[in-house]
Design a protein around this ligand. Structure first.
Ligand code: ATP
Ligand code: MG
Length: 385
């Protein structure tokens, strides 16, 4: 065990009160810990499961100070905390993962530079601090390419697909600089690996997961990914390598593309529990949230013991909420709702997991059958080639 093992009864602080905090708090409670959540929004989803909730701004020094003094270790489920806020917290209490890791993941240019510096393959990219840099991006990447805000992007927000010169001419004056331009990856598939690491350096990866997005938001995850074992293991090796080189303590999602030629390219890293790891809640003995809390608390990280194959579907916006009754009535589906008071288009309201015997994750039609008629219209998992 590592030096800073938390004893049962200790309080873990979680910054951010969204669904990731809500589910992390449940896992912490199962291990005998209390959770104190700091949320900038009133009535956060995590208030149903945390021992204590403080509503306060993430840049309010007095709030951060009091929060740090009330807990034995701090983690976060929300990535946009300022570096100065994290420094203040870290001066008062252990923060896992470290603020330096968050700083890298918060800025797409730092992130791509870090990955490139450590021989992790990424898509071609060019920094676009202002509109004068656009011609260089065109010359170096060619069309099409994607412009992304360097900071604060999530669920595909702040992204602009650029097909041709006309598209740039129309947008150039209005874009939210600074941006990063990324070569468009004609990917065959999207994957992710959830990797956890504790202070003692123990590392654990969950099964490589296949992800399908709709309108820029994760729609489905399938585990294990329907790819050759060697490629799935290569993805885990990449994730473990990133976790070690970045000095991770906690859990991290590593998002990747499989290029048309079958090569892995890392898209981004998220040093926290991740939507594409939600299938672990029902298909593993130790899910991503418990693995995260174990890592933060300095506990051992044993094999998660995946006992089933799984498909996860996000319940998004009004359409997602509309599926709940059908999910509840259908045997074999596990519903997870986030307790959000207001439904909004594009908002993640919950998710549903379906399990399959090991090695029996079916093709798209089999998965549709498990999710049943009611979910079929929303099920557009691409047919296997
Ligand atoms: P999330 O919060 O869902 O992770 P995000 O806003 O941080 O999203 P990305 O993960 O970079 O943004 O992009 C969202 C999705 O857009 C990707 O999962 C992928 O489907 C698509 N995408 C992003 N970058 C590229 C690229 N360079 N080439 C092709 N598709 C891309
Ligand atoms: Mg992403």
């Amino acid at each position: 065990m590592s030096l800073t093992t938390l004893a049962p009864g200790a309080t873990i602080g979680i910054i951010g009160g969204g669904q990731l905090g809500r589910m992390s708090a449940m896992a912490a409670a199962r291990l005998g810990y209390h959770v104190h959540v700091l949320s900038a929004e009133p009535d956060p989803p995590a208030q149903d499961t945390a021992h204590r909730v403080t509503i306060g701004a993430y840049d309010d020094e007095a709030v951060l100070r009091a929060f740090a003094q009330s807990v034995s270790a701090i983690t976060f489920e929300f990535e946009n905390i300022s570096a100065s806020g994290l420094d203040l917290l870290a001066s008062l209490c252990p923060v896992h993962p470290a603020g330096s890791i968050l700083a890298i993941s918060q800025d797409r240019i730092l992130e791509k530079s870090f990955l490139g510096d450590h021989d992790i393959p990424v898509a071609d990219w060019v920094s676009v601090p202002d509109r004068d840099a656009l011609p260089e991006a065109v010359a170096s990447l060619g069309f099409p390419f994607i412009l992304k805000t360097t900071r604060f992007g999530y669920d595909g927000k702040g992204q602009f697909r650029i097909a041709d010169q006309e598209a740039i001419d129309a947008l150039a004056a209005h874009l939210p600089y600074p941006l990063i331009a990324e070569g468009f990856v004609d990917f065959e598939r999207e994957l992710s690996v959830m990797v956890a690491r504790n202070e003692a350096g123990e590392i654990r990866c969950f099964s490589t997961t296949e992800n399908q997005h709709r309108d820029g938001i994760l729609d489905y995850s399938l585990a294990p990914a329907r790819i050759p074992v060697a490629l799935a293991e290569e993805a885990q090796r990449l994730a473990a390598h990133i976790a070690t080189t970045i000095g991770l303590v906690g859990i991290m999602g590593v998002e990747m593309f499989v290029s048309a030629r079958g090569a892995l390219l890392v898209n981004e890293i998220a040093p926290r529990p991740h939507n594409s790891g939600h299938w672990t809640m029902d298909a593993c003995l130790i899910d991503q949230f418990e693995m995260h809390i174990r890592a933060v608390a300095g506990l051992p990280l044993p094999d998660p013991f995946r006992h089933s194959d799984a498909a996860m579907k996000n319940l998004i916006g009004f359409e997602g909420v509309g599926l709940c009754d059908a999910v509840l009535a259908q045997p074999g589906l596990a519903l997870h709702l986030y307790g959000k008071h207001e439904t909004r288009a594009g908002r993640k309201m919950g998710h549903v997991n379906a399990l399959f015997p090991l090695g029996a994750l079916p093709g798209p039609y089999g998965i549709a059958a498990r999710f049943d008629q009611a979910l079929k219209p929303a099920l557009e998992i691409a047919q296997e080639p």
